[in-house]
Design a protein around this ligand. Structure first.
Ligand code: SF4
Length: 305
């Protein structure tokens, strides 16, 4: 489909959009439903100015600030993630990018997670170079996470301390290093419907494997607190369906904000093309109890199988 034809999706009735997205999900992704867990291994104190983020040192948000978590704590969380049904465990560190010594430490941690728990390991460490990614891949990393955050045209309203190109380049570096890529964004930063479609098309062009969709939870102290027009559950469902249609082969993963925004519409999100979600909490917020997500997934799987 040509990009101008994708714009027609924005005009479709919700019911039509959901039906199309459901068919695309079933034919391209069958009954896939994957869960992942993230751990904030290094928090706060970031030099960047991403205006949604509690971890920027520029904003007074009260978010925790700590250097790399102890290895035993990381291993414990990885084992808990595996036991809770997650197939992937992602190490997330705040900051523009990792220092050389952090790459060396992380490579050792990744090796131990692989050996001691067997869970697939992902990492989200900011802007990185190919040689650093090669070290992590050698240690057992399978996928690199790096959100584009929003569309190219809206990005300068959200981040001014680094460029969209730098973010895209990290995605390409990860692909060149032979890693799978998980990249998505945040819905509800003040972007238009067209700009959400623009983000989906950018991710399609970058040929990413997995797309986490976050829904803004405005955090007190950040510039977006109290400023963004709220996304409604129906806006979110439309967005999920459009991402599924633009990226039929990628995992579409519901991430931060899904509980507060989607509420009773969570099951509908899975009919609209979502086929994965993050469980066990987010970077600076806890999610809903893992048991609730486990029983929700069991019911969804029964319908799909
Ligand atoms: S999103 Fe990442 S780069 Fe941006 S301020 Fe937060 S931790 Fe820093």
């Amino acid at each position: 489909m040509k990009n101008k034809h994708y714009k027609e999706l924005l005009e479709l009735k919700l019911e039509t959009l959901i039906e199309m997205a459901y068919r695309a999900k079933r034919s391209h992704r069958q009954d896939s439903l994957s869960l992942c867990t993230i751990m904030n291994i290094k928090s706060g104190g970031c030099s960047e100015d991403c205006s949604f983020c509690a971890q920027s040192a520029r904003y007074k948000t009260g978010a925790p600030v700590y250097p790399m978590a102890p290895v035993d704590e990381i291993l414990k969380m990885a084992e808990e993630a595996r036991k809770s049904g997650a197939s992937r465990f992602s190490l997330v560190a705040s900051g523009k990018g990792p220092a050389k010594h952090e790459i060396e430490e992380l490579a050792k941690v990744i090796e131990r997670i692989k050996k001691e728990t067997g869970i697939s390991v992902c990492a989200s460490l900011g802007i990185v170079k190919g040689r650093e990614l090669a070290v992590l891949k050698e240690a057992g990393l399978t996928r690199y996470h790096h959100n584009l955050e929003t569309s190219r045209s809206f990005f300068p309203r959200i981040v001014t301390t680094h460029t969209y190109e730098a973010r895209l380049e990290t995605i390409f570096e990860a692909k060149r290093a032979g890693l799978e890529v998980c990249a998505g964004g945040i819905i509800g930063l003040g972007e238009s419907q067209e700009q959400r479609l623009e983000l989906a098309l950018e991710l399609r062009d970058a040929d990413v494997d997995s797309v986490p969709l976050n829904f803004l939870i405005p955090i007190e102290g950040t510039p977006l607190y109290g400023m963004s027009p709220a996304v409604t559950p129906i806006d979110a469902i439309r967005t999920i369906a459009i991402f599924r249609l633009v990226l039929p082969d990628a995992a579409i993963r519901l991430a931060a904000g899904r509980e507060t925004l989607l509420r009773d519409f969570l099951a509908l999100a899975f009919y609209a093309g979502a086929d994965g979600m993050m469980i066990g909490g987010y970077l600076t917020r806890r999610g809903r109890p893992v048991e609730e997500d486990q029983s929700f997934c069991k019911e969804i799987k029964k319908i799909w199988s």
